[in-house]
Write a protein that binds this ligand. Structure first.
Ligand code: ATP
Length: 234
């Protein structure tokens, strides 16, 4: 589905992504690594916010290079950014409607999509007319995911969705990601919370200094000495 080959990205003279190759199929894939490893830069490259210096990014056989972000979203990729980027003085349902408003096919199916999102996140239906900014951190994170789903993505990308959430909410959110996967949406999850992330993903990449240091299945990552020592505190 998503194929990235030999990607290089620089900010000015500083190269932050080095010869990075990865793929996402009909599965959940993780990017794990410390702050500044380059995870956000990778995501921004996929959705056209950062232009790589070289390499290939293909989605369902079509190159994403030289495409604008709105075109990439239309092709079936939605991102939940690190800070959620909700509209705090708009209601929950208004925020959700914005998620489908830019894409004709999704806009025509807004009611259907709302039902889909409400089925996964019943709390958003209960709070439909509450202002987004007055919801708890966990509920806002759910809303950010719900809004991304309104665009009918086939690939959902999440940039560190666990940041700032208490552990029980992280568990709840990640359980929802598992449900979303069973609904046929592929997932690319960038996380520093490797312990929780490993529960959701099928395969993962450990990213350090802009390059892949380990690529493996979730089970193998759990047992990998470097992962255990550096990310699981074992
Ligand atoms: P974080 O968890 O902090 O978002 P990350 O793994 O997502 O970390 P990036 O945000 O992609 O990492 O950053 C990779 C490197 O690029 C870091 O050294 C960062 O300081 C640098 N960097 C990020 N954005 C820019 C920019 N716009 N200009 C210059 N350097 C940048």
């Amino acid at each position: 589905m998503l194929e990235v080959k030999n990607l290089n990205v620089s900010y000015g003279r500083i190269q932050v992504i080095k010869d990075f190759t990865f793929s996402v199929g009909n599965e959940a894939v993780g990017f794990f690594g410390p702050n500044g490893a380059g995870k956000t830069t990778l995501i921004n490259s996929i959705i056209g916010l950062v232009r790589p210096t070289s390499g290939e990014i293909n989605f369902e056989g079509q190159s994403l290079l030289d495409r604008e972000t709105y075109q990439i979203v239309r092709m079936g990729i939605s991102v939940v950014p690190q800070d959620g980027e909700l509209f705090p003085i708009m209601t929950v349902i208004e925020n959700l409607r914005i998620g489908s408003s830019y894409i004709k096919e999704a806009r025509e199916k807004t009611s259907e999509r709302l039902e889909f999102v409400f089925k996964i996140f019943p709390i958003l239906k209960e709070r439909a007319f509450q202002l987004a900014g007055t919801m708890s951190g966990g509920q806002q994170r759910m809303l950010a995911v719900g809004r991304a789903l309104m665009a009918m993505p086939r690939l959902l990308i999440l940039d560190e969705p666990s940041v700032g959430l208490q552990p029980s909410l992280v568990t709840e959110l990640f359980e929802k990601l598992a449900v979303i996967k069973t609904e046929g949406v592929s997932i690319l999850l960038s996380e520093q919370n490797v312990k929780q992330g490993l529960k959701v993903i099928d395969r993962g990449y450990v990213v350090e200094n802009g390059t892949v240091v380990i690529e493996s299945t979730a089970d193998d990552l759990k047992n990998n000495e470097h992962v255990k020592r550096s990310y699981l505190g074992l």
